[in-house]
Design a protein around this ligand. Structure first.
Ligand code: BEZ
Ligand code: FE
Length: 307
């Protein structure tokens, strides 16, 4: 509780608690018990917040204006509400709650707004960059289940920003680049060419960007490559890998970094032989290994089991 909240008189406290209790009671007859629980908890926390900071009416008005602006900029292509949830860490916390650590399974992280259905399929060893600018990166690994069995024919979706920090969809010209899907082989192995990830800002020309600026926060995301892995009977895994040594690992604006997802991207000098014999001329390149372990679809999480 803040100092301001602590100086509230007993009479005033009674007024405030009576109101809160009235609002909580108004949800008592909700037929859906989960909806009732969510609404009552939301109201309790919202009232607690207003009382804790002793919110002024001007501040309340500003908050309404901010949320209105978030709504106005949101359309089929731009989802400012998700962005707001992301920068407040609410998306990451929801992922934490729903993907509670299963020992041995690869950790999940935020989905982000740049996944597009219908990505091109590439062969194992193919290039997902689609000619976009950036340093070539050889990505390889395995997909296994929790018992260590390889998962053949798992579908892997990969997507990332180009060297200029933009996803293909941000160019607005229908190009398709830096996104693809491929399948693991009979040993659960995969490999492909992508680009060495580089840092980029989240869209910050709207109200969320203004909020970040007003609070002295950066809009930058740590460099990353997105993965989504699906296979029958296994839990869908949405995750990224991050670049070891990236200065932004501690300051990712959407709080998506998990230490287990930070990987060593080994830099290769120009002329170094490539794993598949591809001739990269005088270009430097990198390579990274990401071994993925996917939990069973129905498996109860460790946190749920402990409860
Ligand atoms: C992304 O990684 O693509 C992303 C995630 C959250 C907000 C904005 C972008
Ligand atoms: Fe991203």
């Amino acid at each position: 509780m803040t100092d301001a909240a602590r100086t509230v008189s007993a009479e005033q406290t009674l007024v405030e608690e009576t109101l809160l209790n009235n609002v909580l009671r108004s949800f008592e007859r909700a037929e859906d018990p989960r909806l009732k629980q969510i609404m009552q908890s939301l109201v309790s926390h919202a009232h607690q917040f207003v009382r804790d900071v002793r919110l002024t009416e001007t501040e309340w008005q500003k908050a309404i204006e901010f949320l209105t602006a978030v709504g106005h900029i949101t359309d089929d292509r731009r989802q400012e509400f998700i962005l707001l949830s992301d920068v407040l860490g609410v998306s990451s916390q929801t992922i934490n709650v729903n993907n509670a650590a299963i020992p041995g399974a690869t950790e999940a992280t935020v989905f982000g707004p740049f996944f597009v259905d219908g990505s091109p399929e590439i062969e194992l060893g193919g290039d997902m960059s689609g000619g976009a600018n950036g340093e070539p990166c050889w990505v390889e690994g395995t997909i296994k289940d929790l018992d260590g069995n390889p998962v053949p024919a798992a579908r892997i979706e990969v997507w990332e920003a180009d060297e200029d920090g933009l996803y293909d969809v941000q160019y607005g010209d229908d190009r398709v680049a830096c996104r693809a899907h491929l399948y693991t082989d009979e040993n659960g192995e995969y490999h492909f060419w992508g680009l060495t990830p580089t840092p980029y800002p989240i869209p910050h020309d709207g109200p969320v960007g203004k909020m970040l600026e007003a609070t002295g926060r950066s809009p930058m995301r740590a460099s990353h490559l997105h993965f989504m892995v699906t296979a029958p009977g296994l839990r869908t895994l949405v995750t990224h890998i991050f670049v070891d040594g990236d200065d932004l690992l501690k300051h990712d604006t959407v709080f998506g970094v998990k230490q287990s997802l930070v990987k060593l991207f080994e830099m290769q000098a120009p002329g170094t032989a490539t794993p598949d014999g591809r001739d990269l001329g005088d270009a430097a390149w990198s390579r990274v290994r990401f071994d993925i372990v996917v939990a069973p679809e129905q498996g109860r999480s460790a946190a749920t089991q402990a409860a």
